[in-house]
Write a protein that binds this ligand. Structure first.
Ligand SMILES: *[C@@H]1O[C@H](CO)[C@@H](O)[C@H](O)[C@H]1NC(C)=O
Ligand SMILES: *[C@@H]1O[C@H](CO)[C@@H](O)[C@H](O)[C@H]1NC(C)=O
Length: 626
């Protein structure tokens, strides 16, 4: 089955790519003209670049985002650039949808972006822009979804035209000197309205009262929910709106989804069998690719309409969208040409290990059920993931988009996943992880998760799929999170069926995930690392299947009283782990307590992410020189 699928992808990908071929000649000139009004942008090297800025979705110019061979966005971040943003020149790009100049030295008043009617996202945070923003500054930008003006020196009232952006999802105004009252937002899609650290006053309007408190903190004059500070006079009368209808997502019973790595119970034999199957699968795929590539050359040579002239006896390149500028660019055909090996079949689709003839190995993951959002929102989401940089997050290097098929490319991480180290080390002939390594893995995971929470505040569960097989270990056994932040783009049905967030007790009970859902996943992971036991509740979405729940099992042994944890610790610890030094026992007890508090069924009592991260970071090994 996998083989016919792969044939289909490669064939349809290559035919669809034949359609993209033209690019406008004036783009390089437009870009250079735009650059002329910037200061300190010489390092971009645009004028020296002999290639066109955009070739299909591939961008050859630093900071230029491409789609369909034209400029989709400009993303110049953290480069110390100043000068003028020449909006008139930018309006020469017919498809411009996204601009980011975050973390530079731009000064002066807010540029007038109203000419760029298609703009969907505008990121100007962390510059030195100042002065009042005219009320109509964003008038007519009806496609705008994300507007980031954080950490500038803007003053005056919040411009009223932001209320007329019907699609607005994220508005960040924090860290400025905005004053006056908070206007009455009506948009239904709003997820983030961060107003913290300004000089706003008055009561917080109805619509925003359910939002996170941190979005309002640091404004001396603001009052009312969600802030603790009461308003002196009663807020102006407003009819209580009926509770917004929440989609009631009734969990459907599913059978055990395909899973990699496999559950450890009948460990050694199953591991071997699966490894052998995958090895054989790899050989099959390899031969199919060879046959396919040869076959395609023949087709192309004999086809008349769209095929390139027969003298190019090469496979048509299948272009990837690159998210990292500092990487060597390659296309999918190059990547799959030399060899491809099936690594596993996860809940979303298979993943392959492949390499370009000269480069290091990469992992290509297929996702078929990833149509939750339209094409542009998909590109937009992937771009925001591409902006994430953290030592505990495995970056997505490039991706391929087609309506029914997405591929995500990332580095191949040699040490494999935490799941394999915890549950399959015997069959791989490796020693079990020691205590110090386990603790440092927990710390790294917490740091990575914390970064996702900070960078993607608009997501309910910023990771959404945290489990030991999505924690990879690098050469020094430091953790790298993967498959993160995909809940917005994965089809809801698939997400509910397979993703870890949707296996949380709150989802099973109420059909909702919350900001604390990732904390539950973190707790389960901590218990898994301590006990070496596989969390059965991730395998099956059984309702009330207590005997599968790792937290329930641990609690049944150590009890509810933290005072007993120390004496009971030994009963739950992974037997494969060498004995913990006396001096580290206290840390292990504390970690056990943190793990259990992260798994608390009572959402009020469960730690929030910030608390969990702080407590984990507080676990200091005696001779920690940090
Ligand atoms: C890109 O091109 C495809 C097909 O040529 C078209 O369907 C799609 O709308 C285009 N996207 C943009 C953003 O122009
Ligand atoms: C709002 O911004 C502040 C300051 O930048 C930040 O600390 C806080 O976490 C943000 N809140 C949300 C929910 O994004």
């Amino acid at each position: 089955m996998a083989t016919s699928h792969l044939r289909l992808i490669l064939f349809s990908i290559s035919t669809s790519m034949l359609l993209f071929s033209s690019h406008s000649l004036s783009e390089p000139e437009t870009l250079l003209k735009f650059k002329a009004s910037l200061k300190n942008a010489g390092g971009l090297g645009w004028e020296k670049n002999p290639k066109p800025p955009c070739d299909a979705h591939r961008s050859s110019w630093v900071g230029v985002v491409c789609m369909n061979s034209s400029v989709l966005g400009i993303q110049l971040e953290g480069l110390g650039i100043s000068g003028t943003i020449d909006v008139d020149t930018l309006s020469g790009f017919p498809n411009l949808k996204s601009l980011s100049f975050m973390n530079n030295n731009f000064q002066g008043s807010m540029p007038d972006f109203r000419k760029l009617k298609d703009l969907k996202s505008l990121y100007l945070s962390k510059n030195q822009f100042s002065g009042d923003i005219p009320a109509d500054a964003f008038k007519g930008l009806i496609k705008m979804m994300k507007l980031y003006l954080s950490e500038n020196k803007f003053t005056g009232e919040i411009p009223s035209s932001v209320l007329e952006l019907p699609k607005l999802k994220e508005l960040k105004l924090d860290g400025n000197r905005f004053s006056g009252r908070v206007p009455d937002f009506k948009q239904t899609n709003l997820q983030v309205v961060n107003l913290s650290n300004n000089a706003l006053e008055g009561s917080i309007p109805e619509k925003l009262r359910k939002m996170d408190t941190t979005m309002f903190s640091g404004n001396k004059g603001l009052c009312g929910a969600p802030l603790k500070k009461k308003c002196d006079s009663p807020p102006p009368p407003s009819l209580p709106s009926p509770p917004s209808p929440q989609p009631s997502l009734s969990p459907t019973a599913v059978s055990s989804p395909p899973f990699w790595p496999p559950p450890p119970r009948p460990l050694t034999t199953s591991m071997w069998i699966i490894m052998i199957i995958f090895l054989a699968g790899g050989l099959i795929i390899f031969s199919i690719l060879t046959v396919l590539l040869i076959g395609r050359r023949r087709t192309q040579a004999s086809s008349t309409v769209e095929a390139p002239p027969p003298k190019t006896q090469k496979a048509e390149p299948v272009k990837l969208c690159f998210l990292m500028d500092d990487r060597e660019k390659f296309d999918l055909t190059e990547l799959l040409k030399s060899s491809a090996e099936v690594l596993g079949s996860g809940s979303f689709g298979a993943s392959y290990k492949a390499a370009t003839p000269t480069g290091p190995p990469m992992v290509v993951k297929r996702f078929q059920q990833m149509n939750n959002v339209g094409k542009e929102e998909f590109h937009e989401h992937l771009k925001s993931l591409g902006r994430l940089r953290h030592k505990n997050l495995l970056p997505i290097i490039a991706y391929f988009y087609r309506k029914d098929e997405k591929l995500l490319v990332s580095d191949f991480v040699h040490n494999g996943s935490l799941a394999v180290h915890l549950h399959g080390h015997q069959s791989l002939g490796q020693p079990p992880l020691d205590w110090a390594t386990r603790l440092s893995i927990v710390k790294g995971v917490a740091k990575g998760l914390d970064h996702l929470y900070k960078e993607l505040p608009g997501l309910v569960a910023p990771h959404g799929h945290l489990k030991s097989s999505n924690v990879l270990l690098n050469q020094t056994l430091q953790p790298l999170l993967t498959d993160y932040s995909l809940t917005p783009v994965v089809n809801q049905e698939t997400a509910q069926e397979h993703m870890v967030a949707y296996k949380s007790p709150e989802y099973i009970k109420t059909g909702r995930i919350t900001k604390k859902t990732d904390v539950w996943s973190l707790g389960v992971l901590i218990l898994e690392i301590l006990t070496g036991k596989f969390p059965g509740n991730l395998l099956q979405k059984g309702k009330g299947n207590d005997d599968q729940d790792l937290a329930v099992w641990v609690k049944s042994i150590v009890g509810d009283d933290a005072a007993d944890y120390e004496s009971k610790l030994v009963l739950v610890l992974d037997k494969d782990m060498e004995e913990i030094r006396e001096g580290d026992k206290k840390l292990a007890v504390d970690l056990l307590g943190i793990g259990l508090s992260c798994c608390d069924l009572d959402m009020e009592k469960r730690l929030d992410l910030k608390e969990a991260v702080e407590r984990i970071e507080g676990l200091k090994v005696e001779d920690d020189k940090e």
